[in-house]
Design a protein around this ligand. Sequence first.
Ligand SMILES: *[C@@H]1O[C@H](CO)[C@@H](O)[C@H](O)[C@H]1NC(C)=O
Ligand SMILES: *[C@@H]1O[C@H](CO)[C@@H](O)[C@H](O)[C@H]1NC(C)=O
Ligand SMILES: *[C@@H]1O[C@H](CO)[C@@H](O)[C@H](O)[C@H]1NC(C)=O
Ligand SMILES: *[C@@H]1O[C@H](CO)[C@@H](O)[C@H](O)[C@H]1NC(C)=O
Ligand SMILES: *[C@@H]1O[C@H](CO)[C@@H](O)[C@H](O)[C@H]1NC(C)=O
Ligand SMILES: *[C@@H]1O[C@H](CO)[C@@H](O)[C@H](O)[C@H]1NC(C)=O
Length: 472
Amino acid sequence: MYPFKLPLSPLLLLLHMLLSTTTTPSVSTNQHASNMIKNISPQPNMNPHELETLFNIMESISNDQNWRTSYPNPCQQTSSWLGIECKKNNLDDIYHVTRLDFGTHPNPTCMKTATFPSLIFQLPNLESVFFIQCFTHTQTKITFQENSTTILPSSTLQQLSLRSNPALIDTIPPQISSLKSLQILTLSQNNLFGRIPEQIFTLNSLVHLDLSYNNLTGNIPNQLGNLKNLVGLDLSYNSFTGPIPDTIGYLTTLQKLDLSANSFTGKIPETIIELCSLNFLALSNNKLSGNFPKGLNKLQGLQYFLMDDNPMYIKLPKEFSQLQKLQELRLAGSGYSGEIPSSYSQLLNLTTLSLQNNQLTGEIPVEFTRFSHMYHLNLSRNMLSGVVPFNSSFLKGLGRNLDLSGNPGLCLDPHEGDNGIYLGVVNVCESKNSSSSTSSITMPLKNKSKASCGVFRFLFVLCILLWLCCIL
Ligand SMILES: *[C@@H]1O[C@H](CO)[C@@H](O)[C@H](O)[C@H]1NC(C)=O
Ligand SMILES: *[C@@H]1O[C@H](CO)[C@@H](O)[C@H](O)[C@H]1NC(C)=O
Ligand SMILES: *[C@@H]1O[C@H](CO)[C@@H](O)[C@H](O)[C@H]1NC(C)=O
Ligand SMILES: *[C@@H]1O[C@H](CO)[C@@H](O)[C@H](O)[C@H]1NC(C)=O
Ligand SMILES: *[C@@H]1O[C@H](CO)[C@@H](O)[C@H](O)[C@H]1NC(C)=O
Ligand SMILES: *[C@@H]1O[C@H](CO)[C@@H](O)[C@H](O)[C@H]1NC(C)=O
């Protein structure tokens, strides 16, 4: 990578050394000289042992098997090789590898037979590592060098992200707890299994912990509460069992908590109301039951509450209507009964409300016409009845994102309903006193916009249909 090769003349050597102190920071004089003599290629501006470790790592994972010769000095500032970053250390004044980034474009890809290079933990100043779609064919494990004489090296690592590696198997090794500086640990979308090692909960610098989409099992231990700096915790899509530990209430800086698609049982712990920074809470697809914790309305930052498919079998809690920031509320498939609280209409920022597949009765609250940001409203497969309260402009706004099907008791106001929009409601209500002819007619609304052109009495609807008929 050096633009020119230097002859071993002492004069030029001296000149070069002078130049390199002003341009690129260099290693000590001794090191420099010995490298120059040992190796005719230009001296790397890094520790030769670290450089050799890096070459070994590269040879075990990179597609580019000529890496050693192509990049003899990988920490050189002009090196255009993506996927590696170096920084000069103030203590020894030489460059060290601080970041390795493999797997996704534009970063270098891994070779088919790549396996987890435990040598990375010997890079003394490594700060972040990414292996994404890297271990895909040859089964491999996260390993640590057993007899590394010095435990310290890897303690500089702040981010370890191993994601989308189908061949990364086995358990998470307890030695991961030696990475004392870890702030971000992402082990998502691999094939890891077994329990979470308890030692992981000693990593109290962790800010983000993502173990989603693996085959992890067992309970979440109470030590979870030690991770007091956590901002994001994602354990979704595993096979965790047992209760959500009460100690979760200690994670008061948590903003995102995703426990969906596991087999958690019991109640939502009462302590969850202590998570006052929470804006995203997902508990869908578990076996949670029982009442919601009292004081749920304390979660004033909550924007997303996703809890479909749990065996709740209670009434919908009114407390949700006080969570003013809610944008998505999903409570489908969970056996909720009773009426839909009309106070939910206070959630003016709501864009998605999913209450399908429950046992809800009564009418759709007329106040729901106030939802001005609503984009997706699914009330299908309940036992709702009465007149659909929405006017035509509301219906048009939602279009096919409004689903009221599977509620045999619901009917459409004959004045509002039949405008060609699919709602899944096939009944037209008994006609009001003013009209007579169409009372009690049951008519499917699907595909009938052309056929029923003559029926409409309102100019407004007629105009739209005429226009539709024309363009068709
Ligand atoms: C670890 O130690 C054992 C025996 O003490 C030795 O045989 C082995 O080569 C060492 N492994 C490494 C990676 O240093
Ligand atoms: C992970 O679990 C799924 C579902 O139980 C199973 O189909 C898959 O084979 C498991 N994978 C491994 C690597 O055990
Ligand atoms: C509703 O959304 C708007 C725009 O996104 C935002 O400015 C406003 O603060 C939100 N209201 C509440 C109560 O969160
Ligand atoms: C539909 O209802 C909303 C909310 O009540 C109202 O703002 C809007 O003007 C109504 N639109 C029509 C066409 O009646
Ligand atoms: C509403 O929920 C049902 C049942 O889960 C689903 O089949 C349907 O596609 C949903 N409708 C919309 C518009 O999302
Ligand atoms: C229909 O008329 C009856 C009496 O004539 C009245 O009691 C009832 O409220 C009316 N219904 C509607 C929907 O206007």
